[in-house]
Structure formats: structure tokens, C-alpha cells
Design a binder for this molecule. Sequence first.
Ligand code: S3P
Length: 427
Amino acid sequence: MEFGAAGPLRGRLGVPGDKSISHRALMLAAMARGRSVIHGLSGGSDVAATAAALRAMGVRIQAREGGWTVDGVGTGCLLQPGGALDMANSGTSARLLIGLLASHPLIAGFTGDASLSRRPMARVIEPLERLGADIAAPARRLPLIVRGRCPAVPLTHRMVVPSAQVKSALLLAALNISGVTTIVEPVATRDHSERMLARFGADISVEGPEIRLRGEAELKPCALRVPGDPSAAAFLLVAALVVPGSEVTVENVGTNVYRTGLFDLLREMGADLSFANVHEEGGEPVADVTARHSVLSGIDVPPDIAPRMIDEFPIFFVAAAFARGATRTCGLGELRFKESDRLATMAAGLRAIGVRVEETTEGLTIEGSGGEPIAGGTSIPSRLDHRIAMSFAVAGLHARAPVTVDDMRPADTSFPGFETLLRSLAP
Ligand code: S3P
């Protein structure tokens, strides 16, 4: 797919429902007893993998005109699946569902695509084994088999790697464990699970870095509205920042503070980004976010912002490629364990389209074009990574020769319709 220089991008539009929140909404609704209704659920294939797995364990999930209905079976009441659960490309489905099943009396196989089968699972396996689950994973990766333990023992776990997925896997396991599970999180990560557990009526408390959840509580079904995904909006907003003359508004974007690191950094670099219609929806803050073309200035990125923008580095690197001067990042080793090795993939791809990049073990230094178009003119492999595919599509919009992305299908995992929407902004 070819992405060439585009005229000013203009428009007001929405993006798919937040992927992280959608996974959690399905799983917690499945654990409540009775019918929940979810509006704005992500239509991406990652969330579809979670829905399919829950259906395979006896949860009725239906798309209806007024939203999705989930007929929850109650905590601890999932049924034995008939075959392996296919997680496709979705790390969140895999890690969270492994957690959920760890305290159920079930045996389940987990498989995934080539990208997911390379990603580390030890970070969830180890704490879940401590609570009693038996997880057969010779390579500490997928494919693996979970033999859940019921009753399992409540844990106190101190997080080693800052990871909302690991934290959430433990919280989901804790739902079916009698007693209090405590998680200590020295570096805070997205708190969608904590917020949503409270909404479903779980007995959860958060005091500083300590999260406590009392298990075996009855979750109550509820009606939820999922905000637009800030990680999806990021591609359209950065596109507007780099293409001269652009102004784009994305409506109803989630602005949870653990997800808005990118917006903070871009503003520091001089981006004209503004929030309007700020309000709360379904226990999460949301806003309409407008980006207007801006010439950015390179910066040194403090590594402690990483957990607040962990998924946004690929598109941030594209923004940096158009900034004035150098942008330096460090402390980003985690990016090597995402859908692809995002430091290596971005460094190679940016170099191929004419950007000066230096790669270290834990970051990239990018010399920006000062707002001028970059060279482009080559094909970039997206490597089964949605955010790589979308990032290079955006880079092509301000290039002297088009950028080709070999395969845009990965974008469907989080942002179905991305390409059409992007092209519609510069008709
Ligand atoms: C996610 C957490 C992040 C993020 C992923 C979604 C989540 O992963 O990269 O896309 O929904 O909890 P880690 O928590 O492993 O950093």
C-alpha cells in the first residue's frame, strides 16, 4: 500500500473504542452474573480474539444495534473450552486470559500468530505459578497450556517490569481467590482494570503503589461506554501535526493520564494540540482533541514517561523525524518485546526512508528534518505489527516520494478502517 504526499489534512472524526478498555470490559462482564451492555467496543481483531475465547468458555456475547451484550456467567464459572484458545496477534488477550484462567478449575491451551509466539510470557507465568496454577510453557512463550488451580492462594506480588498486562492478569486471577491479593506497583501503569473492577462492584482499594483486591466478590453487570482509543487517535493527530496546513479533531478520545504521555511530549516539542469538551464517561476521562500543523523541536525524552506512552513510541519516532534538531530516547528496552522489536523495526524503516537514526540497546536518537519532507521512496515491512504499519503510512504523507507499507492488514488488530479514514482526511 502506497502513502504519498498529501494536501492539508482536515476533518472531525472518531476512532475505534479503546483496545485495553474493551478487553477488560468483555472479561469483567463475563465474570459478572447477568447481562452487561457495552457501547463503543473496539471492532479490532485483538478484541475479537478475547470475545471468541470467552465464547468458547460458555459466555454469550452478541453484537446488537444498541451495543454489545455480554451474558456473564459469574466468577469461577467459565466452562472447559473444547479446543485451544487462539490469541492471534493479541498480547493483551493472552496475558489477561492466562491470568483469568489461572484460578479456574480448567485446562486450556493458548496459541498465537508468529509475532505473539515470540513474545515473553514468563512475566505472567511466574507470579501465576506462585498462586498455584500449573503452566506448561517450555519456551516461556506461546503455545502453552494452563491448568488452573481452584482454590488458589492469595498473593502479595511486587511488580518487576512495569506492566499493566501483568498487573491485570493478577487482578483477574484474584477475582476467584478467597482472601486479599495485594499488588505493589513501584512504577504506575494504566489503571483501566482498577477503575473497571470498581465499576463492576469489586472490593478493590488503591493506596499509593498498593492495590488490594478481595476475591470471591459477586460482580454486578453494568452498562459501559468505551472511550475512543488515544493510541489510535495518535496516528491521525501526528499526521495533522506533520502535514503543512492541517487541522484534525478526533472526538471522544480517552485521556486517562496513564495514556497521554505522547500528548504531553508533543506539546513540549511545540505541538499545537488542544482539548475541548473534557468530561468523564464510564469512569474514564475523555475529550475532543485537535491537532494543527506545527514545526516541532527535538527533545531529550525522560525515560520515566515510557509507561504513560508505551504504545506511542513508533508514531512518536515519526513525529521526531520531522522535528527541528535531535530527539533522544533511552530506557526503552521494553519496546523490543512488543508485536515486533519496535526499536529495531523503527530504526531500520526510518533509515530506509532517509531519516538519520542511531540505535542503542535502549533507545533511538533521531535527527529531524526541521519540518521539510523526508525522502521516502521505498517499501517498509510491517512485520505483523499494527503500529509499525500505521506509523510508516503517516510518514509517507510528508515525503518527496511515496512510502510503501508491504502489508497494512495488521492495522485491523486495533484500527479497522485506518487507511480509508486517513485518506479521507485529504480527499
Ligand atoms: C496493555 C498494556 C501495555 C500495552 C499493550 C496493552 C494493556 O503492555 O503495550 O498494548 O491493555 O494492559 P504492558 O503492560 O505489557 O507494557
